[in-house]
Design a protein around this ligand. Structure first.
Ligand code: ADP
Length: 185
């Protein structure tokens, strides 16, 4: 399986093609909806694989605090998943790029990384947030995501052992690899 590895201030950055529900890391990130319901896409897959514990924990958070705003992140158990935690976040819907989408997407990645660090979580795996139903063009999202991750790791040296981007399709993997080559080259 295709894979890219780099090192940023003591943290391993990995790009890999695969399924986020199979990742054995401290936390996987869910591209959730504001209601924190299972829905489709990666969220449906995470709730299915994690089982009712995940869905119930997410529902309890929604009951307590209401809808999650774009760029916010919360954490639940991972149920039956191999990861220990699920960080649920809401990325921006793509409206053409002139409505602050890049800054909102960067904020979404930062919120997840901050939450992981604040909980002492050492490894985190992300899906390609916003590039499914939310319509964010994947090549542009890849640039924003990798820049946000790189900048966070530079500001928090050594706090995380690994940040992994798990790209579901070969085309998404290729887009992230290209974005990383541009950013690091
Ligand atoms: P959003 O609403 O944020 O766009 P989606 O779930 O529609 O979220 O899609 C986000 C990305 O997750 C898409 O690139 C989709 O192909 C990918 N995806 C779907 N299932 C999985 C999975 N099991 N593991 C990793 N990525 C997945």
């Amino acid at each position: 399986m295709e894979r890219v590895e780099a090192e940023i201030e003591g943290t391993r950055l990995v790009l890999v093609q695969g399924d986020i529900t199979r990742q054995d890391v401290g936390a996987i990130v869910n591209a959730a909806n504001p209601q924190l319901t299972p829905g489709g896409g990666v969220s449906g897959a995470i709730h299915r694989a994690g089982g009712p514990e995940v869905t119930q924990a997410a529902a309890a958070i929604h009951k307590g605090r209401g809808r999650l705003a774009t760029g916010e992140a919360v954490i639940t158990t991972a149920g039956k998943l191999p990861a220990n935690w699920v960080i649920h976040t809401v990325g921006p819907v793509w409206h053409g790029g002139e409505e602050g989408e890049p800054e909102l997407l960067a904020r979404t990645y930062r919120a997840c990384l901050e939450l992981a660090v604040s909980r002492g979580i050492k490894s985190i795996a992300f899906p390609s947030i916003s590039t499914g139903v939310y319509g964010y063009p994947v090549q542009e999202a890849a640039r924003v995501a990798l820049r946000a991750i790189r900048d966070f790791l530079r500001a928090h040296p050594g706090e995380l052992a690994e940040v992994r981007m798990v790209l579901f399709s070969p085309a998404d993997f290729a887009a992230y690899r290209r974005a990383w080559e541009e950013l690091s080259g």
